[in-house]
Design a protein around this ligand. Structure first.
Ligand code: ATP
Length: 560
């Protein structure tokens, strides 16, 4: 764990906190002014920053703003006098984790710091988990087929070949296959054979002994050894040099290999998943890919559709990536108009999902307003005439991102032949597993929850404005909504209308504010209930920032 940083010009405060935190086994570093903190930040970052609000060398609020720009996820606690409430409020607006009124009770201060530490640790764990297995969206039938195939393959250790254009999600699928396999707790090791120079590839794959070649000063384990007990993902397998193909074939046949310069045969228990954007049959015909290796790898083949073959997924992916980019950059997520989405859906995306992800990142940084309009799209995209003009499926918009089927569902049914076809006798064993596809509805329902876009935590007007629009709140747990596209308004909207009518007709003041508070309170309450009080997770599920949820909980008095 990184140290706690304390910034205060008052030496006695620093002393008291240092001692109290040291007693609790926290490492502490103290500063007497914000300037020193900023220069220390060039070298390292703390776990939590605790800062006074008024200091000779600059204000704590300014420091907070600067720190947040560099480390959006870092919890900052601002110490302030009771009398200084305005400053405390601006601290929250600047994204402080909490404020600590002075004079403070030392155990309470320590407890607050501990809570900030816990939250930041939990967030990094969540982030790691997400890094391991990012969310995978797809409502298009072709993607639902892929999810079904993943579910179907989940009890199996069979070799899989994933084909699809660059950026279509092959690695994501490989990770999902690994995660949902019996070896899901083992390592997932990926290697892109096209990205590594030919001379180094062999030692990357199989490792080398000390002194095996100039520069090999220590023994190094290769990816096969690293992946022992797990999955080795061989990306761009079509580009593997011919002589290495022979070595790879040998490992796949008898499980044995030698480190470069080594004489001791090694064994590694590895499941291989390979991927390529090339036509391997063609490469075999050209004599650049070994036919026997092709058959060995091609036991089950999964074909990932290009994004232009599943344009209906573009809106949900766009909202998802806008949220993701905003989170990474520590800003509010941008929303996007239907017209802009239609324009995006008409684009062919030669770089597939990766390209759309980059576009969303660009929009988060470059689009001039909070709501992205068609004219704000990147110039290279606007320069191309849409190849189709699809109309946006507003009513049937998915309420929540579909996620991978977590469990292999059990019912009859096989993999679509085009999608996952046993290409050699080895594949036939699969059909005996009896694990069968999860339905699209189950896959979506397993994660439930709110739409990734549309809810603006800052602007209550915008949040309410989203009710009848894209996505709506169909996935809100505990409501009867969610069927999407059913005739008539959803039951809770009918209730809302009745309540609004009653308040308006009776001349109640601040109707907007009252209802918005109830709406937000209910959302947060439900999310906290689902996450058993874990705020960061609740914020994540709601698609709002950690600071926003903390502020809202305070404002709405949900603390106790
Ligand atoms: N269905 C999806 N839902 C969400 N994100 C996706 C989806 N498909 C792809 N992505 C994202 O798009 C990016 C590219 O995906 P990935 O690296 O898996 O593609 P790839 O086909 O392996 O690319 P390459 O062939 O260039 O290696 C990643 O950031 C991935 O998380």
């Amino acid at each position: 764990m990184k140290p706690i940083w304390i910034v205060d010009d008052d030496q006695s405060i620093r002393f008291v906190l240092e001692k109290a935190l040291a007693r609790e086994q926290f490492a502490v570093r103290s500063f007497s002014n914000p300037r020193d903190v900023l220069s220390a930040l060039d070298e390292e970052a703390p776990q939590v920053l605790v800062s006074d609000i008024r200091m000779p060398g600059g204000s704590g609020i300014e420091l907070l703003t600067k720190v947040k720009a560099r480390h959006p996820g870092l919890p900052v606690i601002i110490m302030t006098a009771y009398s200084d409430l305005d400053s405390a409020v601006s601290a929250f607006q600047g994204g402080a984790f909490e404020y600590l009124p002075k004079p403070f009770d030392v155990p309470k201060a320590v407890e607050l710091i501990r809570r900030a530490v816990d939250e930041s640790m939990r967030e990094s764990v969540i982030d790691e988990r997400q890094a391991e297995m990012p969310e995978m969206l797809g409502q298009a039938p072709a993607m639902q087929d892929v999810f079904r195939a993943i579910g179907r393959l989940s009890q199996s250790n069979v070799t899989v070949m994933i084909t699809g254009e660059s950026g279509s999600g092959k690695e994501l699928v490989a990770r999902a296959l690994h995660k949902h396999s019996p070896r899901g707790n083992g390592p997932f090791v990926a290697i892109n054979t096209a990205a590594i120079p030919k001379d180094l590839l062999e030692s990357e794959l199989f490792g080398h002994e000390r002194g095996a070649f100039t520069g090999a000063q220590t023994m190094r384990r290769g990816r096969f050894e690293q992946a022992d007990g797990g999955t080795l993902f061989l990306d761009e397998i079509g580009d593997m040099p011919f002589d290495l193909q022979t070595r790879l074939l040998r490992v796949l046949s008898d499980g044995q290999f030698y480190r470069v310069g080594g004489h001791q045969p090694l064994k590694s228990n590895v499941r291989v998943i390979a991927a390529t954007h090339q036509n391997l049959e063609e490469r075999v015909k050209q004599g650049v890919f070994r036919e026997d290796l092709f058959h060995r790898l091609n036991v089950i083949r999964l074909r990932l559709p290009a994004l232009r073959e599943r344009r209906e997924d573009v809106p949900a992916l766009t909202r998802f990536f806008l949220q993701k980019s905003a989170k990474e950059l520590g800003v509010e997520a941008k929303r996007i108009t239907d017209a802009a989405l239609e324009r995006l859906m008409g684009f062919d995306f030669p770089g597939n999902v990766r390209q759309l992800e980059n576009v969303c990142h660009w929009l988060t940084v470059m689009a001039p307003a909070q709501v992205v309009e068609a004219k704000d799209l990147p110039p290279e995209l606007l320069a191309v005439a849409p190849s189709v003009a699809p109309s946006l499926p507003v009513a049937s918009e998915p309420a929540a991102p579909a996620a991978l089927p977590v469990e292999p569902a059990v019912s009859a049914g096989g993999l679509p032949a085009s999608l996952a076809e046993p290409a050699s006798p080895g594949g036939s064993s699969l059909s005996s597993h009896g694990a069968a596809p999860a339905s699209a509805a189950e896959a979506a329902g397993a994660y439930g929850g709110l739409p990734t876009g549309g809810l603006s935590p800052a602007g209550s007007g915008q949040a309410i404005g989203g009710f009848g629009g894209l996505g709506g709140l169909g996935g809100l747990p505990g409501t009867a909504a969610g069927s999407g596209g059913a005739a008539g308004p959803r039951p809770w909207l009918v209730d809302l209308e009745r309540e609004a009518r009653q308040l308006l007709e009776s001349g109640s003041p601040e109707v907007w504010d009252t209802l918005t508070r109830q709406f937000e309170g209910q959302l947060i309450h439900t999310a906290l209930d689902i996450t058993r009080g874990r705020r960061i997770e609740a914020a994540h599920k709601l698609g709002i920032g950690r600071n926003t949820i903390t502020r809202k909980i305070q404002e709405l008095g949900l603390d106790d």
